[in-house]
Design a protein around this ligand. Structure first.
Ligand SMILES: C[S@@+](CC[C@H](N)C(=O)[O-])C[C@H]1O[C@@H](n2cnc3c(N)ncnc32)[C@H](O)[C@@H]1O
Length: 265
């Protein structure tokens, strides 16, 4: 049967966060503009590749912890181009009945996800913008897989620093955690401006030149995203210090990004 989805303009002539991140991770799903943006970032802070790798490892650890804590529903906001192990692989390794809704605004991400996600009722990909949370919350695929009367793990891993303050990122966090059942979890990773002030400005400026919003924030500002929730040990810390379980946790002298996991009381 012919694919009747409308043709989308992937705008491969300009960088997109998902493809720049894919380039940093050594993936193949990126274009010259993305690789140039990745190189510009590395020029301002040679550690950005270490940060991307440590961030993936943090994602693996928080999803494992959430599944071990008994959470069976995951919402991965800002999924990125599928990179194994993906959230459903990690969660289902602990709990085979875990479900995952992936959300990203990059059509390349959804195209890859549609091709790679297992057929069946445990995963879905929604192409939507986090700045319009209602479009996500009201999507039939979201409603089919997420039951807010049971705990859900909301993953905002390396996405909130793509939202400017005018987009009200704290309000967006609240839109997802507000209706969530007690025992729900929020995982955030976020570039930490106070960990490397000059590099943060350099990387942010380089990204802006490519049309990408990248806004590292200070720890105190990132902490506010967890308002009303109980931060679990060890709190909001540089990614390599968040419950490291192997060398892929990264080098704390290089990784200027924070991570934390919190529980709704
Ligand atoms: C740096 S990647 C992180 C991917 C993944 N969460 C991880 O940590 O490995 C950021 C992702 O967020 C997506 N993204 C950025 N802004 C977004 C928005 N406003 N709405 C939805 N997705 C967005 C990008 O397309 C990209 O895939």
């Amino acid at each position: 049967m012919a694919d009747e989805r409308p043709q989308v303009d992937l705008r491969t002539d300009r960088p997109h966060p998902a493809r720049v991140y894919d380039a940093l991770l050594g993936g193949k799903d990126n274009f010259a503009a993305d690789r140039a943006a990745a190189a510009a970032g590395i020029e301002r802070s040679p550690e950005v590749r270490d940060i991307a790798l440590a961030n993936r490892a943090f994602l693996r650890r928080v999803v494992t912890e959430a599944a071990r804590a008994g959470v069976r529903q995951f919402v991965d906001l800002g999924t990125g181009i599928p990179t194994s192990p993906n959230v459903h692989e990690v969660a289902q390794a602990v709990a085979p009945d875990a479900t995952v809704v992936y959300v990203d605004n990059d059509p390349i991400v959804s195209a890859h996800a549609r091709a790679l996600l297992p057929a069946g009722a445990t995963t879905a990909i929604i192409e939507a913008d986090l700045r319009d949370p209602d479009a996500i919350l009201d999507d039939p695929k979201f409603r089919a897989l997420v039951d807010f009367s049971r705990p859900v793990a909301v993953l905002m891993v390396a996405i909130l620093h793509h939202l400017p303050n005018e987009a009200d990122p704290a309000g967006i966090v609240g839109r997802f955690l507000g209706p969530a059942a007690p025992g729900s979890l929020l995982a955030i990773s976020h570039l930490g401006a106070d960990l490397a002030p000059e590099k943060a400005v350099g990387v942010s400026t380089a990204a802006a030149q490519g049309g990408i919003t990248l806004l590292p924030r200070d720890r105190a500002d990132i902490l506010r995203f967890f308002t009303g929730l109980d931060l679990l040990d060890p709190g909001l810390v540089p990614l390599p210090l968040w419950r490291p379980d192997g060398p892929d946790a990264g080098d704390v002298t290089k990784v200027w990004s924070y991570g934390g996991l919190a529980r709704k009381p």
